[in-house]
Design a protein around this ligand. Structure first.
Ligand SMILES: Cc1cc2nc3c(=O)[nH]c(=O)nc-3n(C[C@H](O)[C@H](O)[C@H](O)COP(=O)(O)O)c2cc1C
Length: 180
């Protein structure tokens, strides 16, 4: 049977964002963890239009749909913007529907309070999209896991949490694949 495919979705798109550092760190742990194939999925690379704006024929829309369809599960790299997720991530979530359904997801978040408020908002959205979000949730602090809020230096204690989150995502991604 083919390996499960898990996309590590970078939720921020702004210039100077730190999400690629966090995503690469999660991917490094995931690659060592094994039991699935992992890839970084960078929303910024898809040049997605805002929902309802444009022709609906933008190539990024088709590419986004195809990318999501190819994945069995997700790890969302979530940053807190005004106590919620980024507009870019919300738009990317809204731009697909069936492609999300009956899949599993983990959340790795960061912010001044570990991105917890953004992560909880995301859980509500995922419920509507029929994405099963797992319990274990690594939370990274802008104060202690980053230098000057910009250079990612994660504390060692997060390693166990990321691995435990991956265990849950893999188990549920495999189980939910049988529904699709
Ligand atoms: C528009 C905006 C709003 C923000 N609001 C919050 C917030 O409500 N809570 C928080 O903890 N951090 C907040 N931050 C700080 C971000 O979490 C921090 O800049 C983080 O690095 C953003 O992720 P990124 O670098 O991947 O874009 C905000 C940042 C921006 C740009």
């Amino acid at each position: 049977m083919a390996n499960l495919k898990i996309g590590i979705i970078l939720g921020s798109t702004r210039q100077g964002r730190v999400s690629p550092q966090v995503g690469q760190w999660v991917k490094g742990i995931a690659d060592k963890h094994g039991s699935a194939d992992y890839e970084i999925v960078d929303i910024a690379e898809f040049n997605l239009p805002f929902l309802g704006v444009g022709t609906g024929q933008e190539p990024g829309l088709k590419a986004w749909s195809e990318k999501l369809s190819s994945l069995d599960g997700f790890v969302f790299i979530v940053q807190e913007y005004n106590h919620s997720i980024t507009g870019a991530l919300k738009n990317a979530l809204d731009l697909a529907r069936d492609e999300w359904n009956n899949k599993a997801a983990g959340i790795v978040s960061y912010g001044s309070t570990g991105g917890a408020r953004a992560a909880e908002h995301l859980r509500g959205i995922l419920g509507e999209l029929q994405v099963a979000d797992v319990r274990v949730h690594p939370t990274l602090s802008l104060f202690t896991d980053f230098e000057n809020g910009s250079v990612f230096k994660p504390a060692e204690l997060h390693l166990n949490n990321v691995n435990a989150m991956l265990d849950q995502v893999i188990a549920w991604s495999g189980a939910l694949k049988t529904l699709r």
